[in-house]
Ligand binder design. Structure first.
Ligand SMILES: Cc1cc2nc3c(=O)[nH]c(=O)nc-3n(C[C@H](O)[C@H](O)[C@H](O)COP(=O)(O)OP(=O)(O)OC[C@H]3O[C@@H](n4cnc5c(N)ncnc54)[C@H](O)[C@@H]3O)c2cc1C
Length: 467
C-alpha cells in the first residue's frame, strides 16, 4: 500500500494550527496546513492583531490630545484620519500574515487553500472554487477555531447589528455605540471607538464586567473606563433591536432593581457575547467525532478525539479562548505525537484585557483562591511607583495572592499601563511553582513598573517599603 503523503494534516492556519504545523515540520514530519480563508486565523486577521493595532493608534491619539499637556508638551489641534488609521491596521495584518507564508516556505509546510472536510479517518477532502482534492495523512488535527456567537433575538445584519469583525473596520465613528457584553472583546472595541469620540454604552447581563477575572480588579477597571466616558448598565439584557431611519432601537430590561425597562438608541449595536466553535461543514457528526453540548470538540489529555488519528486543539476545544493557549496546545500536541513530553500548564496561562490601563492576570482570582483555603494577599498601587509617576500613567494596582501556609504563589493581578508585559515575570514564577517570597527577594531594576510587583509580593507579609 502506498504511504500516505503527509504525516500530519492541520485543518486551520490560526495560531493553534500554524504553530503546530511549523513545530511538526521542525520535528521532521511532512505537514500540510489547510485554511479556507487566511493565514493566521482569527488572531492575525480579525482578532488580537487588528484590535491591538487600533487600540495602539487610538491610545496615541488620546494621549496626544489629552495627556501630553501634563508633560509640558504643546500639541495644538489634534485630529485623526480614520481611513489612514484603518489602513495602518490592515498593513500590520498583511505584514504578519505574509510572515506566516514565509515561515511555511522556510519550514516546508505545504499550505493548502480550501474548505476541509473529514472524509474518513486519515482522509481530508479539500474544496476550492468547486474543485475538490483528497489529502491523506496518518494523523489529522482540527484547529478550526471559533466565530462570534450570535444571539437569536439580535441577529447580525453586519451593518447596524455588528460583530467584532465588523467593529474593526467601521467606515465612520458611530455617534453612539452600544456594546452587548462586557467581556474582553467588548471592552477593547468599546475603548477604540470611545477614544475616537463615540458615546459608548455597555450592556452586561451579569452584575459585573469581565466575569472570570478578579472582582476587585475588574471593579477598579470599570471605574477607570467610566472616567474615560464609557457608560455601563449591569444586570441588564438587550431584549431586541430594530432598525428605524438608520438608527438602532435597542429594548433593554433588568437594571439594579431587576424590572427596569427602556429603549436605547444607537448607530451601531456591537454584540460581543462570546464565541462558538467553528465546525460547520467539517463533517464531524458524519464521522462520529464527539462534541460537547455547546459543540466544542471533545479531547483527552493528549488532544485525541474519540476517533483514532484525529486530534483537536485551540478554540475549537473550548477552555480559555486565547491565542497563546491555542499555540501551546499546538506545540504540546505535536511533541506528544513525536514521542516527546509535551504538556500545557493551564494554571499558568495569562489572560490580558488591552484597555487602558490594561488588566492582566495569571493564576487564581482572590475569590477562587479563598474558596480553596487560607490565603494572604498583598497589594501595591502604581501611584506609589516612581516610574509610573514619571510616566504620568499611574492608575491601577498590583495584587499578589499566596497560600497562607506554604507561601506558594497562587495568583497575580495587574491593573496598569503595560500590565500585559509585566504579567510575564509572574507567569514564569507560576510555571516554576515559585513562592511569593521568591518574587519579593528578586532584584527588580529601578525605576521600573515591575517594582510594583515586587512591592505587592512584599506586601503579602506587610513589609512593602513604599506604602
Ligand atoms: C476581536 C478579537 C480580539 C482578540 N484578542 C485576543 C488577544 O488579544 N489575545 C488572545 O490571546 N486572544 C485574542 N483573541 C482570541 C484569539 O483570536 C483566538 O483565541 C485564537 O485565534 C484561536 O486560535 P485557533 O488557532 O484556535 O483558531 P482561529 O484563529 O479561529 O483559526 C482557525 C482557522 O481555521 C480556519 N477554518 C475553519 N474551518 C475550516 C475548514 N473547514 N477548512 C479550512 N479551514 C477552516 C479558519 O479560516 C481560521 O483561519 C481575540 C479574538 C477576537 C475576535
Amino acid at each position: 500500500m502506498a504511504q500516505p503523503p503527509f504525516d500530519l494534516i492541520v485543518i486551520g492556519a490560526g495560531p493553534g494550527g500554524y504553530v503546530a504545523a511549523i513545530r511538526a515540520a521542525q520535528l521532521g514530519m511532512r505537514v500540510a496546513c489547510i485554511d479556507k480563508q487566511y493565514l493566521g486565523g482569527t488572531c492575525l486577521n480579525v482578532g488580537c492583531i487588528p484590535s491591538k493595532a487600533l487600540l495602539d493608534s487610538t491610545f496615541k491619539y488620546t494621549e496626544t490630545k489629552h495627556l501630553l499637556g501634563h508633560h509640558g508638551i504643546k500639541t495644538g489641534d489634534v485630529s485623526f484620519d480614520l481611513p489612514a488609521m484603518l489602513g495602518r491596521k490592515d498593513g500590520v495584518v498583511k505584514k504578519m500574515t505574509d510572515g506566516i507564508a514565509y515561515l511555511f516556505k522556510k519550514n516546508k509546510v505545504e499550505h493548502v487553500i480550501g474548505s476541509a472536510r473529514l472524509a474518513a479517518p486519515g482522509l481530508v477532502e479539500v474544496t476550492r472554487d468547486g474543485q475538490s482534492q483528497s489529502l491523506a495523512a496518518k494523523n489529522i488535527v482540527i484547529a478550526t477555531g471559533s466565530e462570534p456567537s450570535q444571539l437569536p433575538h439580535l441577529p447580525f445584519d453586519h451593518k447596524f447589528i455588528i460583530d467584532s469583525t465588523d467593529a474593526l473596520a467601521l467606515a465612520e465613528v458611530p455617534k453612539r455605540l452600544i456594546v452587548v457584553g462586557a467581556g474582553a472583546i467588548g471592552l477593547e472595541l468599546g475603548s477604540v471607538w470611545n477614544r475616537l469620540g463615540s458615546q459608548v454604552l455597555v450592556l452586561e447581563f451579569m452584575d459585573r464586567i469581565l466575569p472570570g477575572m478578579d472582582r476587585e480588579m475588574t471593579a477598579a477597571l470599570q471605574r477607570l473606563l467610566e472616567k474615560q466616558g464609557m457608560e455601563f448598565r449591569l444586570k441588564t439584557s438587550a431584549e431586541s433591536a430594530k432598525v428605524e431611519n438608520g438608527r438602532v432601537q435597542v429594548a433593554r430590561s433588568g437594571g439594579e432593581g431587576g424590572a427596569e425597562k427602556g429603549i436605547e438608541e444607537c448607530d451601531k449595536l456591537l454584540v460581543a457575547v462570546g464565541r462558538r466553535p467553528h465546525t460547520d461543514g467539517l463533517g464531524l457528526s458524519e464521522l462520529g467525532v464527539a462534541t460537547d453540548r455547546r459543540g466544542f470538540v471533545t479531547i483527552d489529555r493528549n488532544f485525541a478525539t474519540n476517533i483514532p488519528g484525529i486530534y483537536a486543539i485551540g478554540d475549537v476545544v473550548g477552555g480559555l479562548m486565547l491565542a497563546h493557549k491555542a499555540e501551546e496546545e499546538g506545540i504540546a500536541f505535536v511533541e506528544l505525537l513525536a514521542g516527546k513530553a509535551g504538556h500545557v500548564n493551564y494554571r499558568a496561562c495569562p489572560n490580558v484585557v488591552y484597555t487602558h490601563p490594561e488588566l492582566a492576570q495569571v493564576g487564581l482570582t482572590e475569590e477562587d483562591a479563598k474558596a480553596r483555603g487560607e490565603i494572604r494577599v498583598g497589594k501595591f498601587p502604581f501611584s506609589a511607583n516612581g516610574r509610573a509617576r514619571s510616566m504620568d500613567d499611574f492608575d491601577g494596582l498590583v495584587k499578589v495572592i499566596g497560600d497562607a501556609t506554604t507561601d506558594r504563589l497562587l495568583g497575580v493581578h495587574i491593573l496598569g499601563a503595560h500590565a500585559s508585559d509585566m504579567i510575564a515575570e509572574t507567569t514564569l514564577a507560576m510555571e516554576f511553582s515559585s513562592s511569593v517570597e521568591d518574587i519579593a527577594r528578586s532584584f527588580h531594576a529601578h525605576p521600573t513598573l515591575p517594582e510594583a510587583v515586587k512591592e505587592a509580593a512584599l506586601a503579602v507579609e506587610k513589609r512593602a517599603i513604599h506604602i
